[in-house]
Design a protein around this ligand. Structure first.
Ligand code: NOJ
Ligand code: NOJ
Length: 608
């Protein structure tokens, strides 16, 4: 048993460490605490929106994803093929990276649900007559017949990518037969849709413009490449994937205007659009280099585009005013946007961060970094002395630039942190003038966007899909090829995997402490566990965040991930700017770390 209090003189001696360093640690400590706290909330937020058991998806069929539980202005109580596929790509990567056991049952429910959704006759057509391009369905798997921007041709490609991510895993587990019988028939229909219609116009992902869209073309390319690879692995083929993919890649190049990517061929806008960074993080391949043709995150074109796009939001949102050029801002869909007030979106802001984390990963893996005349302005904004050249990972310039890009990425996540309410809910938008959450609440895609950015920051990267094999034909041709299409009849048997998620080995505990402090004083959490610093009052103690602190609700919160089931003792301490430590009075606080499937818990205390 450790001592619970220490001699005042001793503690202050220990803490009379240089103050500057302490402040610096607090500055970064705040983002990392928030990320740790938000991560289980985001995962739970996604799961809450999936039928049949999600608490915010009442009445939704098994495996159907609710875009948001919001049913009024806007009514998002539907299942979009795009949102659902991006969500399940995220959950599959989460399952693969962390082995979160309960997720696999949900992934199988999604596969089964999509086999059924493919067959629903809808205003875009039937299974083999264009119906796969229908954007959204009711949660009981029936068609929506109201007016809508349709078709949206990204859906089938995104669904193929999500299903293929799980198929790869099954193959690695020796379960190719379920891939052949259950997943491939669904994927094959989606690939046939893409090979037939990629060269036709489409409503874009924002459901507004009917033209060609960078996002749609990029995600279609990815699906064709990995679809063909999957086919080869299970003794099938996709000859149309082989014939069409080069033309799709060729067309993809045409969106680049020399300075940035013009996101849509129609619409009469500037073309600066988050569609482009979302596409880049979607086609990110950890094994690809900084390939320009597939617009990888570290490609010079994508970096140049990142700057032009994010800069376009600097002057139009007042919450961005005063933020200097090299620091992240709130990012929206596109600068001309007026939908629901035309505000910044959480998922776009976090995508801007994710792209930078992906780029850092690629440079480190390649072992060098290129600054070209195309990307120079991007680099100079965050590292003013940047110059055109190639920097090997053994050079100090490489290290400095990598640090600057990571910091820049974190500055976008800090914007998301700043405008996320203390309960962690992520809406669709946040006000361009006040930063308060707006439009659909608890948007599934916002939570998924948090998780993918979080994982990229932690270098927990998704599998390669073969981007490195990209070869560009010397001339482009618009073409089309219709392929096999038939109802996918086989499904995973329900109940073979536990449908509910099982308890996690550790729990991220958010310790809330109401305590009024004066400027310069910081709160730390310390206790009898190594994660809590073993009663340290120095650098081992857990720094708490005042990011939600107000005079009427003086909330400090601290985050620690602790072994589930452990009994702990803890206390909060105040550390004044001169290093003086003040302990809470009374006996030590006691707590048993709960064990639950979300791996998250919250404790509410007030200074004693
Ligand atoms: C003509 C282009 O050649 C083709 O590739 C494109 O998809 C269509 N226009 C639709 O915009
Ligand atoms: C509107 C967005 O523009 C679209 O991309 C999304 O699919 C739906 N909301 C549902 O979240």
């Amino acid at each position: 048993m450790q001592v619970s209090t220490c001699l005042f003189a001793l503690c202050s001696a220990v803490l009379a460490a240089p103050r500057q360093e302490n402040l610096l640690r607090r500055a970064t400590g705040s983002l990392t605490s928030w990320l740790a706290a938000e991560s289980p909330i985001a995962l739970q937020g996604v799961l809450n929106n999936i039928g049949p058991n999600g608490v915010d998806a009442p009445g939704a069929d098994s495996g159907m994803v609710v875009a948001s539980p919001d049913q009024v202005n806007p009514d998002y109580f539907y299942s979009w093929t795009r949102d659902s596929a991006l969500t399940f790509k995220c959950l599959t990567d989460q399952f693969l990276a962390y082995g979160t056991s309960g997720l696999e049952a949900q992934i199988r429910d999604y596969v089964n649900a999509q086999a059924a959704v493919q067959t629903i006759e809808n205003p875009s057509g039937g299974l083999c007559t264009g119906g796969l391009g229908e954007p959204k369905f009711y949660l009981n798997q029936t068609a929506f017949f109201g007016p809508w921007g349709r078709p949206q041709r990204d859906g089938p490609a995104l669904r193929a990518t999500a299903l293929i991510a799980y198929a790869r895993y099954l193959i690695s587990q020796g379960e190719s037969s379920s891939v052949s019988s259950i997943i491939w028939p669904i994927v094959q229909n989606d690939l046939s849709y893409v090979t037939q219609y990629w060269n036709d116009t489409t409503f874009d992902l924002w459901e507004e413009i009917d033209s060609s869209s960078f996002w749609t073309t990029a995600v279609q390319y990815r699906a064709l490449i990995e679809g063909n690879t999957l086919a080869g692995q299970i003794g099938e083929s996709c000859s149309n994937c082989v014939s069409q993919a080069p033309n799709v890649l060729c067309f993809l190049q045409s969106y680049w205007n020399g300075e940035y990517i013009v996101a849509n061929t129609g619409g009469g806008r500037s073309g600066k659009d988050s569609n482009t960074i979302l596409a880049s993080i979607h086609v990110f391949d950890p094994d690809a280099s900084c390939d320009d043709n597939t617009f990888q995150p570290c490609s010079d074109k994508m970096l140049a585009n990142h700057k032009v796009l994010t800069d376009s939001f600097r002057s139009i949102y007042s919450i961005n005013s005063g933020i200097s050029e090299g620091s992240g801002v709130a990012v929206g869909r596109y600068p001309e946007d007026t939908y629901q007030g035309g505000n910044p979106w959480y998922l776009c802001t976090m995508a801007a961060a994710e792209l930078l984390y992906d780029a850092v990963y690629q440079w480190k893996r390649i072992g060098s970094l290129n600054v070209t005349s195309t990307s120079l302005a991007f680099f100079q904004a965050i590292y003013p002395s940047a110059a055109v050249g190639t920097y090997s990972s053994s050079s100090s310039t490489f290290d400095s630039i990598i640090d600057a890009v990571m910091t820049y990425g974190d500055s976008y996540m800090s914007i998301a942190e700043k405008y996320t309410p203390s309960n962690g809910s992520l809406s669709e938008q946040f006000s361009k003038t006040t930063g308060s959450p707006l439009s659909a609440y608890d948007l599934t895609w916002s939570f998924a966007a948090f998780l993918t950015a979080y994982n990229a920051r932690a270098a927990a990267m998704p599998a390669s899909w073969g981007a490195a094999s990209a070869s560009l034909p010397s001339s482009c041709s618009g073409s089309s090829a219709s392929g096999p299409c038939s109802t996918a009849t086989a499904t995973f048997t329900s109940g073979t995997l536990t449908p509910t998620c099982s308890a996690q080995p550790s729990t991220t505990v958010i310790f809330n402490e109401l305590v009024t402090t004066t400027y310069g004083t910081n709160i730390y959490l310390t206790g009898d566990n190594s994660e809590l610093g073993n009663w340290s009052t120095g650098s081992e103690a857990v720094p708490c965040s005042a990011s939600a602190y107000t005079s009427t609700n003086p909330l400090w919160y601290c985050v620690a991930t602790l072994p589930a089931g452990t009994d702990i003792q803890y206390k909060f301490i105040q550390v004044a700017s001169d290093g003086t430590v003040t302990w809470e009075s009374g006996s030590n606080r006691e707590y048993t770390v709960p064990s639950n499937c979300a791996g998250v818990a919250e404790v509410n205390d007030s200074w004693q």
